[in-house]
Design a protein around this ligand. Structure first.
Ligand code: ADP
Length: 314
């Protein structure tokens, strides 16, 4: 079983419109609705690949109840900690060809008491289920600055068996993990923009990612910098790869990064080689972009796309 951790789940609403009029009234058809948050999306991908996954989440308020009810329809199980604050809404508007605009609420602050409850519950779940793969996905309130550093320390020092830790976090949290954490994750997946933020630099090209990865030796074995429709650049231990993907009929790329992380978690669970990890990760990201649902992939598409991924050492 794989464990995903999402401290900021949301109720996601995806709207489609040909042209979005900023500052004017826009009329939409009924949106696609589903529980979201990076770890929930990744869990959906893992479950689509017929692998057992448990999503650890925070839930609160009326929205929390809606999310809980909707989660009962999913193919993965969940464990939730009840919080006082309202769980979030996240709105995606697909418009003007391939543009998507997101309106995302900030997450609740985690109190010291909730933090201890969270750490204890996570440790219990991992030990009771002998979980080897833990994926920590998404944001946490900016005031909980070192929450993920503390979580890493707890996971690395309080579990008696080896675990692989994936962290899909961004902004200051990513900087804190890469630059200030004694305890290290095994894998991170910034997208192009988030990777640039790590160095306070705007990065738009794969060639710049390759240059930066060669210049800064990030002390994390697996670094996958996803580059949207351009594929990815990956550092797998001491090798760097340029990974290309086939062109597809794009439906909705929201959650492609989460599906990519789901694909990596699945790969580690199945002891894949580095090349197989990259194929599976990219195939899941691309397969997600071919569906309207977020984190949804079809096994058939994943199998077909993984054969069309090109991996070149650089
Ligand atoms: P994030 O969702 O975290 O911003 P990306 O947009 O980089 O991450 O997407 C992750 C992966 O999903 C990419 O590396 C690629 O494999 C796939 N993907 C994303 N956007 C597209 C797209 N427009 N067409 C095909 N594949 C895509």
């Amino acid at each position: 079983m794989i464990l995903t951790i999402t401290l900021n789940p949301s109720m996601d609403y995806i709207y489609h419109i040909d042209h979005f009029n900023l500052g004017k009234q826009n009329r939409f058809n009924t949106p696609t609705k589903m529980p979201g948050g990076k770890g929930i999306n990744a869990s959906r991908t893992i479950a689509s690949l017929n692998t057992e996954v448990l999503a650890f989440i925070f839930l609160g308020g009326t929205n929390g109840k809606i999310i809980y009810k909707e989660l009962q329809k999913e193919k993965f199980s969940n464990y939730h900690i009840k919080i006082e604050e309202e769980s979030r809404n996240a709105i995606t508007i697909m418009h003007d060809n391939e543009t998507h605009t997101e309106i995302v609420e900030k997450g609740p602050l985690i109190s010291e008491e909730k933090k201890i409850e969270t750490f204890n519950s996570i440790l219990e779940i991992i030990s009771a289920n002998h979980i080897n793969i833990v994926s920590v996905n998404g944001s946490v309130n900016s005031e909980n600055e070192f929450f993920y550093n503390e979580l890493l320390e707890v996971l690395r020092t309080k579990i008696n068996h080896e675990i692989i830790i994936l962290m899909d976090v961004s902004k200051e949290k990513l900087k804190n993990i890469v630059n200030k954490s004694k305890y290290r994750p095994d894998f991170i997946k910034p997208n192009l923009f988030e990777f640039g933020e790590l160095y306070d630099k705007e990065i738009t090209e794969k060639s710049e990612v390759i240059e930066m990865l060669k210049l800064h030796n990030i002390d994390i074995p697996y670094v996958l910098v996803s580059c949207g429709g351009d594929g990815a650049v990956a550092k797998m231990k001491n090798k760097i790869y340029d990974v290309s993907i086939p062109s597809i009929q794009l439906v909705n790329p929201t959650g492609s990064g989460d599906a990519t992380v789901g694909g990596v978690a699945y790969s580690f669970e199945n002891h894949f080689s580095d090349e197989e990890i990259l194929r599976q990760a990219m195939a899941c990201g691309v397969a997600n972009a071919m569906e309207s649902g977020v984190g949804v992939v079809s096994q058939e598409n994943v199998n077909a796309i993984s054969k069309q991924i090109t991996i070149k050492e650089v």
